[in-house]
Design a protein around this ligand. Structure first.
Ligand code: THU
Length: 133
């Protein structure tokens, strides 16, 4: 499954908007996610931290939780964007292991879309990030 480049760019753009709402006073690392549903809806999420850091929820899981709560559980792709603690774009920010498992629960072959450098986009299938399930 591939996604049109225009939509890939839109997902990264919406992820960048979503990260503005990040609640991350402990890491100062802001992440945004934009989930493309099977019926072309885009649902965003951001990371939400807690002083007990284990309770932190990543941007990817926030987006999934929002979608499932709306009754949507089929996805095509998830675009990601991050700002590091110096508020510079963090390229090549892959989903953490927990988020890979969480995405896999609903769409094992979801396409993950990342920025690898200024204006450079990479797509990678979750089957490559979480092989041999
Ligand atoms: N984080 C995400 O939201 N998604 C990722 O893919 C990587 C990590 C968040 C969790 C935490 O709030 C901060 O980034 C630093 O790890």
């Amino acid at each position: 499954m591939q996604i049109d480049l225009t939509i890939q760019k839109e997902l990264i753009f919406k992820a960048k908007i979503a990260l503005k709402n990040s609640y991350s006073p402990y890491s100062n690392f802001k992440v945004g996610a934009a989930l493309l549903t099977s019926n072309q809806e885009i649902i965003t999420g951001t990371n939400i931290e807690n002083r007990y850091f284990n309770l932190t929820i990543c941007a990817e899981r926030t987006a999934i939780v929002k979608a499932i709560s709306k009754g949507i559980n089929n996805f095509q792709a998830i675009g990601l964007a991050s700002l590091n603690k110096d508020q510079n774009i963090q390229y090549n920010c892959y989903p953490c292991g927990v988020c890979r498992e969480f995405l896999h629960e609903f769409t094992p072959n979801i396409l993950v879309i990342l920025e690898t450098a200024a204006n450079q986009i990479k797509t990678i299938n979750l089957t490559e990030l979480l092989p041999q399930d």
